[in-house]
Design a protein. Structure first.
Lengths: 162, 233
């Protein structure tokens, strides 16, 4: 009889345990930290004169003429950049051995090798370079009245992680 | 992420196990990162350009015209037969009665005759020029060789002047101009809107010319040579 009671109590306890499983709860708490911000930087290179506004328009050139015009390359972005500098010279005046010669020089007067790929500008920095030209005295009558066009191109990349 | 779940599930495990899983998780993140980078690698770029900066060469171009008040192109010195167009601008016997005196066609030259004619040199180019050389070439419309020719080019004196600059450009026998361009006292002609340079040619058939020349006819062309003034000492 006592065993039976004990069995009954055990089953009751089991039942209580089952009931307990249905309404199980503990104390909890949570905290959060929001608004952690990530902003991508900007890369923006520019020339002081936009395309369509010429740096120069040289007319009535004679053999032996030379000259120069400055231009400024600016890093307007928030990231440091390095840029490729290229110039394109086309037209009959620039053709042949004695045609017009155009070079780009840095602020120290050194000729920048065409295709220079490692000119670094810090964020907000700028540098002024010079376009120099010369029509050799050896240019003959075949160049009379001819024309040439010059374009300057800069293409930049971020320097960090690159 | 899958890696995070794996780490959490082993929180209760041994420290050794935990490290192992974290290592594995890190490795898998690396692998994923590399795979992404390989397929869509990119960096920030920017470019700018300025094109169509232009250069134009100037021109050097001189044009010569005879000048005695007429605008009809033709030679400075001519006879009726050497002006087949029939203009005869200076021939008072064949043209208007009020043609400038002394400007008639030459008719026939006799030893001792002296005639002056003028020429305008226009700068038709865009650059200032300096006229530096002069030459004469014999024209096959007349005799080009023979004893009469040989005497004529020695006995015919040519004096070319640029009166505005008080310069004698050439003074000597015609023969001296016949072997190519000879240097003359250089003079400047500015580009438009400057006017032409007026030069005069005075020819004198020396009195010592003899009968060898009688009835012979000669034709010569005169030419000037100019260079750009700039960058040219």
């Amino acid at each position: 009889m006592k065993k039976k009671i004990a069995l009954a109590m055990l089953s009751t306890a089991l039942g209580a345990a089952l009931v307990g499983a249905g309404s199980f709860a503990i104390f909890t708490s949570s905290a959060q930290n929001t608004n952690n911000t990530f902003t991508a930087g900007t890369l923006n290179i520019s020339l002081d004169k936009p395309d369509g506004t010429k740096y120069f328009d040289i007319t009535n050139m004679a053999p032996g003429d030379s000259g120069s015009a400055p231009f400024t390359v600016t890093n307007n972005g928030s990231l440091e950049l390095r840029y490729d500098l290229t110039g394109s010279l086309t037209g009959a005046l620039a053709a042949g051995a004695n045609g017009l010669k155009v070079t780009i020089k840095d602020s120290a007067g050194n000729v920048i090798t065409p295709g220079d790929t490692n000119r670094v500008l810090a964020a907000g920095a700028s540098e002024t370079l010079t376009i120099s030209w010369a029509l050799p005295l050896a240019a003959g009558n075949e160049y009379q009245g001819t024309t040439a066009q010059f374009g300057v191109f800069v293409a930049a990349e971020q320097t960090r992680n690159n | 992420m899958a890696t995070t779940t794996l780490s959490l599930s082993y929180l209760g495990g041994s420290l050794l196990n935990k490290k192992k899983w974290m290592l594995a998780a890190f490795g898998s993140v690396m692998a994923v990162g590399l795979a992404v980078g390989g397929s869509t690698y990119a960096i920030f770029t920017s470019s700018a350009q300025n094109t169509n900066n232009s250069f134009t060469a100037g021109t050097v171009d001189i044009e010569i015209q005879r000048d005695l008040g007429d605008t009809i192109p033709g030679p400075m010195f001519y006879t009726g037969t050497s002006d087949p167009t029939g203009s005869y601008p200076y021939d008072t016997t064949k043209n208007v009665p009020d043609a400038p005196p002394g400007a008639e066609s030459l008719g026939g030259l006799a030893p001792g005759d002296q005639l002056t004619r003028a020429m305008n040199i226009f700068n038709r180019g865009s650059l200032d020029v300096r006229v530096k050389k002069l030459q004469a070439t014999v024209n096959a419309a007349g005799e080009t060789s023979g004893p009469a020719y040989d005497q004529f080019i020695q006995k015919m004196n040519v004096k070319v002047m640029y009166p505005a600059a008080n310069k004698v450009l050439y003074d000597g026998p015609l023969a001296g101009l016949l072997s190519g361009y000879v240097d003359i006292s250089p003079f400047l002609i500015a580009a438009d809107p400057s006017g032409p340079a007026n030069v005069t040619f005075t020819v004198t058939l020396d009195k010592s010319a003899d009968n060898t020349l009688q009835g012979h006819s000669f034709v010569f062309d005169f030419g000037f040579y100019a260079e750009q003034k700039r960058n040219n000492p």
